[in-house]
Design a protein around this ligand. Structure first.
Ligand SMILES: Nc1ncnc2c1ncn2[C@@H]1O[C@H](COP(=O)(O)OP(=O)(O)OP(=O)(O)O)[C@@H](O)[C@H]1O
Ligand SMILES: [Mg+2]
Ligand SMILES: [Zn+2]
Length: 267
């Protein structure tokens, strides 16, 4: 009985609705038909059905864009890129006599996938743009593909790892595995300025650990260094040098210090 009464009520409301005139759609100005909503009754619609679909799709697109933007700023923050490094992009890199290095770096970034296995080694003179290109790659991969990249200056890496040692200079097992996992699994690790640190047995052991862990996981490393591979081998040992070179393309950056060129007034 109650159901029947409700049905009659709805029918009555529908009839009222038929009397409601259509209002112009706020977007396209064509008449927008009132819509019957059970219980509530007939309601005038601000937008016609087609415009409502378009508006909802635009809202969804905007939500996705915001989520992407948030993800990129989180990844940049977590990457270790900071301060002056924010200016080191492909766009701000003057190709000049560095066209070959630039093209290799750009292509590497464009082709990079989470399962990319090979890396790059930029070696050569101070101020020749090694760090700039390594960071440009990292930024491109984060911004265009939202793939995590970690940038580490070797000095900072050693400082961070030193914190996990106890006074007897033995690894603290739980911190060690946590830290190594962090460096082993990120899809791309940039090790900046390798070979510039004072090389003790401890430094060799730590670097070997980090690099070997990535080697085992077949994860790529981008390395920058003032030293040639032979010099790296002499300083850090064959095991480290061969793992760095094993799956990497070597790019020599000869001569020309950009720091001096871009600031000729400094004596
Ligand atoms: N081709 C270039 N175009 C624009 N800026 C450049 C270029 N090369 C270098 N620079 C700028 O010059 C400065 C030094 O470059 P970068 O730090 O990349 O040198 P580097 O080769 O890593 O030197 P180092 O061996 O001392 O670490 C940075 O501010 C960088 O942005
Ligand atoms: Mg550098
Ligand atoms: Zn409309």
């Amino acid at each position: 009985m109650q159901k029947l009464r409700m049905a009659i009520n709805i029918r009555k409301q529908e009839k009222v609705g038929e009397a409601l005139s259509s209002t112009p759609c706020k977007r396209c100005k064509r008449p927008s038909e009132p819509k019957f909503i059970p219980i509530i009754g007939w309601k005038e619609q601000e937008y016609c059905t087609e415009c409502l679909k378009i508006i909802l799709a635009e809202k969804e697109k905007e939500t996705q864009r915001k989520l992407k933007e948030e993800k990129i700023s989180r990844l940049i923050k977590e990457s270790g890129i900071r301060g002056i490094m924010h200016n080191m992009t492909f766009g701000s890199f003057e190709q000049g006599y560095r066209g070959v290095a630039y093209n290799i770096a750009k292509k590497y970034a464009e082709d990079f996938q989470p399962d990319t296995k090979h890396g790059l080694v930029f070696y050569g003179h101070a101020g020749s743009g090694k760090t700039h290109l390594a960071i440009a790659i990292a930024r491109y991969i984060i911004e265009e593909k939202q793939i995590p990249v970690k940038f580490m200056r070797i000095v900072d890496l050693l400082l961070e790892i030193r914190k996990t040692f106890d006074e007897n200079e033995t690894w603290k097992a739980e911190n060690e595995s946590e830290l190594l996992r962090k460096y082993a699994l990120v899809p791309l690790l940039v090790l900046d300025d390798i070979g510039s640190e004072k090389t003790t047995d401890w430094v060799r052991q730590v670097l070997y650990h980090v690099i070997d862990e990535r080697w085992i996981e077949a994860r790529p490393i981008i390395v920058t260094s003032n030293l040639t591979l032979e010099e790296l081998e002499a300083r850090l040992g064959e095991r480290i040098a061969s793992r760095i070179a094993g799956l990497a393309r070597l790019i020599e950056m000869k001569d020309h210090d950009y720091r001096i060129k871009s600031n000729p007034k400094v004596p």
